[in-house]
Design a protein around this ligand. Structure first.
Ligand SMILES: [Zn+2]
Length: 146
């Protein structure tokens, strides 16, 4: 009879991976223990690697040791100044060299709300339209009375 520890052992997946943002580095195979290829990709991402899901294949080997990827230092996208160690405020780091407000988080709820101002403008037009129609109807009613 198969013992329980091997029965529930997760398979090992090998994916082509490289540190996130290291666009010029070659893809290297990395083996991770995971229930699925998608979970393997998520584990790699947590370790700082991007990977090609299409390259995922089950392998019969010991998973690679979980080592975090060496990520590049964050730099100002305008002048290239190194931003590591600076204070993040409202998901932005102000570059001390050129004063550019460098976003460091891709998604921010407040920023998403601000970006949604198109519907706010529509709402303003709708209100102006309603006021105009109301005024027109009131004035029309007065015109009939007079
Ligand atoms: Zn800068």
């Amino acid at each position: 009879m198969q013992d329980m520890s091997t029965q529930f052992k997760k398979p090992v997946w090998e994916l082509h991976a490289r540190p996130i943002g290291a666009n010029h580095e070659p893809w290297e195979p990395r083996a991770v223990e995971a229930r699925s290829a998608i979970q393997a990709e998520a584990i790699l991402r947590r370790d700082g690697y991007e990977s090609i899901l299409m390259s995922a294949r089950r392998v019969d080997k010991i998973p690679d040791p979980r080592t975090p990827a060496k990520l590049k230092d964050p730099r100002c996208s305008r002048c290239g100044y190194q931003l590591s160690g600076l204070v993040i405020e409202e998901s932005v780091v102000v570059c001390p060299e050129c004063a550019f407000r460098q976003p460091v988080i891709v998604w921010h709820p407040d920023a998403a709300l601000k970006r949604d101002s198109g519907s706010g403008i529509l709402m303003v037009f709708a209100i102006i339209g309603m006021i105009t129609v109301t005024l027109f109807l009131v004035l029309h009613a007065f015109a009939i009375l007079l």
